[in-house]
Design a protein around this ligand. Structure first.
Ligand code: HEM
Ligand SMILES: *[C@@H]1O[C@H](CO)[C@@H](O)[C@H](O)[C@H]1NC(C)=O
Ligand SMILES: *[C@@H]1O[C@H](CO)[C@@H](O)[C@H](O)[C@H]1NC(C)=O
Ligand SMILES: *[C@@H]1O[C@H](CO)[C@@H](O)[C@H](O)[C@H]1NC(C)=O
Ligand SMILES: *[C@@H]1O[C@H](CO)[C@@H](O)[C@H](O)[C@H]1NC(C)=O
Length: 511
């Protein structure tokens, strides 16, 4: 008896401690948002969340309103769904809400890369320098060069001319945009290494094709990888693909290339100067490949599909594209030189801009997450205030709160190519909810400190791809009555969405 009591007490303490860690005792305190822990201790709602994030969050919103806290795999996450109040998350100071903590954790788990101090500053500095403004001029030129290498290399070879080619639209768009983007950022095979320019370009095509094929395998594992629920076999496969990329994108390999983007070059240099190991930098190159190539290809697919399904939109964009070519005194003609689509020309396409923005509204659905570093008050636009605990997280899912809100965007599930155009043809930025102007009316790139630094380049890529396809090719759906595929629901929250199936189309050179 004398011995049993301490053992029992010890066991009880451990049990209570365990239950405490599992979050069983957490109660909503006065002033906090509604708390929904779900049925499973610690896991909370994670299964339903993972199965279909959109559906789950819509259900929670119906139940609790526009602010609520849920338990997900050991974390308490407060979802803010009122767009008028996004400013208080997006602009909150970094000592209260932190983005990097969460990102660093994810990057280690998913990409095997351990971040260094000051990394985010390096990324921001060189993104500002090379991925916008004047820096974009060079990027646009490389992208043009590479798109032509991939799309137009058959021009002039009599065999291929004017024969219809069949492909999946998703496969084709993702393939071309990924490979051109990769070559523009990571560089070309030098002409002299292969003996001739023609051979060097062939090698660029072959290498980028192989990379794309591996990238797609990783892409398909990605949602489960991010949630940490891969099967053992899949985990091995993911590891194998990662090592393939660490190798293919290694600092050493890159140093043999021509035309490496200044963006990657400067990032590499800065990291070397800080004494980071070459193997670590190579891993980081894969992180950036992922960030830069995982979203644009799928978005290109949706853009083309929406245009093909909306003849009026297609006609408007085609008309604009032809007009710009003419204005810059260029012409596509059989046997003539390839067109030189410059950044200046791409700044004169408001209709295409609006079509791209509308595409992203319908198909980009990122989940923005911040770690709460100290107890804080969340101030809502209508005056409500909520206490948020240190150690929790705050998240915003703009797709529900903004993109498909019928008040902000009437008839939200339809593609309206001119939704972001004013009647006088300028870019429309005035959107309203309950009579008040909405500042965050479309958020495909996220917002605040972690806002996508590649957004200007990405928009350019999409426009260049569509532009070239429109002026050089005829293309059409194999089945004109094809329904627009559903969004693959496993990917909600991961940036650009993918369709749950491909759509067949055919294309051929116009001339
Ligand atoms: C349609 C295409 C794209 C979409 C929809 C997109 C979307 C996003 C979003 C939503 C984020 C923020 C994630 C967060 O807050 O947690 C992000 C981050 C990022 N994106 Fe993009 N992106 C696209 C293309 C690109 C391109 C082309 C590049 C590079 C050339 C790029 C580079 C990055 C990088 C480096 C980050 C991390 C930023 C940071 O850690 O602060 N993205 N992207
Ligand atoms: C995907 O596209 C590439 C290049 O366009 C093509 O060679 C390949 O056969 C396509 N694959 C599928 C599964 O359609
Ligand atoms: C480098 O880029 C320029 C301009 O974009 C292009 O003319 C040149 O052929 C490229 N070099 C290689 C090796 O592809
Ligand atoms: C395309 O135009 C840009 C800007 O005018 C120029 O710098 C570049 O050399 C041109 N490229 C080609 C291949 O003519
Ligand atoms: C075009 O119209 C919008 C509002 O409809 C207005 O804000 C803008 O100033 C106009 N721009 C020009 C160039 O007239």
């Amino acid at each position: 008896m004398g011995l049993l009591l301490p053992i029992l007490l010890g066991f009880l303490a451990a049990l209570i401690g365990g239950l405490y860690l599992l979050g069983v005792f957490r109660q909503r305190r006065a002033g906090e948002p509604p708390l929904d822990k779900g049925l499973l201790p610690w896991l909370g709602h994670v299964l339903e969340f993972r199965r279909n994030t959109l559906k789950f969050l819509q259900r929670m919103r119906q139940k609790h309103g526009d602010v609520f806290t849920i338990q997900l795999g050991g974390f308490y996450i407060t979802f803010l769904q009122d767009p008028q109040s996004f400013g208080s998350v997006v602009k909150e100071s970094r000592d209260k809400l932190d983005f990097t903590k969460f990102a660093v954790h994810l990057v280690r788990r998913v990409f095997g890369y351990t971040s260094i101090e000051g990394e985010h500053n390096i990324l921001q500095m060189f993104s500002n320098k090379h991925l916008k403004g004047d820096g974009l001029e060079l990027m646009t030129q490389s992208m043009m060069n590479n798109l032509q290498t991939l799309m137009l290399h058959n021009i002039g070879s009599a065999v291929e001319e004017r024969t219809w080619m069949d492909d999946g639209l998703f496969n084709y768009s993702y393939n071309i945009v990924f490979r051109a983007g990769y070559l523009s950022l990571y560089g070309n095979e030098p002409h002299n290494s292969e003996g001739s320019e023609k051979k060097a370009k062939e090698k660029d095509r072959a290498v980028s094709e192989a990379l794309f094929s591996e990238f797609r395998k990783y892409d398909q594992l990605f949602p489960n990888l991010a949630y940490g629920v891969l099967m053992p076999g899949q985990r091995l496969e993911a590891q194998r693909i990662m090592e393939y990329f660490w190798n293919s994108l290694s600092v050493q390999t890159m140093k043999t290339k021509d035309n490496i983007s200044r963006w990657l070059w400067d990032i590499q240099q800065a990291k070397e100067e800080r004494g980071e190991k070459e193997s670590a930098i190579s891993k980081y190159m894969f992180v950036l490949l992922w960030a830069s190539q995982g979203n644009t290809g799928p978005s290109a697919f949706w853009l083309l599909l929406f245009l093909m399904k909306n003849p009026e939109a297609m006609a408007a964009v085609k008309e604009e594209v032809d007009k710009v070519l003419k204005e810059f005194e260029q012409e596509v003609q059989p046997g003539g030189p390839l067109i030189n689509l410059t950044r200046e020309m791409l700044m004169k396409t408001p209709v295409l801009d609006s079509a791209v923005e509308e595409t992203l509204r319908l198909t980009a659905a990122p989940l923005l997450t911040r770690a709460v570093l100290q107890d804080m008050t969340l101030k809502m636009a209508d005056g409500r205030e909520y206490f948020i605990r240190e150690g929790d997280r705050i998240a915003v899912f703009p797709y529900i709160a903004v993109h498909i809100d019928p008040e902000i965007h009437p008839d939200p599930h339809s593609f309206k190519y001119d939704r972001f155009l004013n009647p006088n043809g300028s870019k429309k930025t005035d959107f309203y909810k309950a009579g008040k102007k909405v500042k965050y009316y479309n958020m495909p790139w996220g917002a605040g400190v972690s806002m996508c630094p590649g957004r200007f380049f990405a928009t350019n890529e999409l426009k260049q791809f569509a532009f070239l396809l429109l002026v050089y090719f005829e293309f059409e759906l194999k089945n004109p009555d094809e329904k627009i595929p559903e969004i693959d629901f496993r990917r909600w929250g991961f940036g650009a969405m993918q369709p749950d199936r491909d759509v067949q189309f055919r294309y051929r050179l116009r001339y």
